[in-house]
Design a protein. Structure first.
Length: 124
């Protein structure tokens, strides 16, 4: 079997294609979530915190060397906001997909007839 044939067989396996589709969709969804966080939620957080922007906070260690602590804090805030948003989206989807409770199955005519026979035999 040639290298090209083996590679084609590897690529065309279902799980590899599914993984590729998942990665592409995940990247696109990540951009949507990033835009929602940056354009919708962060302005609200900025208003609530008085316009504090943590990403610019970087204390100087020595000379021009700076410690980018602010970027870490901003990334943690973004992570919490994104996690909360995804939690709410998944919770909303779960409530929308919740199926109503199934009604108890009614006995068939043959089951009703058998129950009547059982009851009549019990009473004799």
């Amino acid at each position: 079997m040639s290298l090209a044939t083996e590679f084609k067989a590897f690529i065309m396996r279902g799980n590899v294609v599914d993984l590729a589709v998942g990665v592409v969709i995940g990247a696109a969804f990540g951009k949507v979530v990033e835009s929602i966080v940056k354009d919708v939620f962060m302005p609200i957080v900025g208003v609530l915190t008085g316009g504090i922007d943590f990403s610019s906070y970087a204390p100087t260690l020595y000379g021009d060397a700076k410690l980018g602590v602010g970027n870490v804090v901003q990334s943690l805030i973004n992570f919490v906001i994104i996690g909360a948003c995804l939690f709410l989206v998944v919770k909303l989807m779960n409530t929308m997909n919740k199926k109503p409770a199934a009604l108890p199955a009614q006995p068939t005519t043959s089951e009703k007839l058998l129950a009547e026979i059982r009851d009549s035999l019990k009473n004799k």
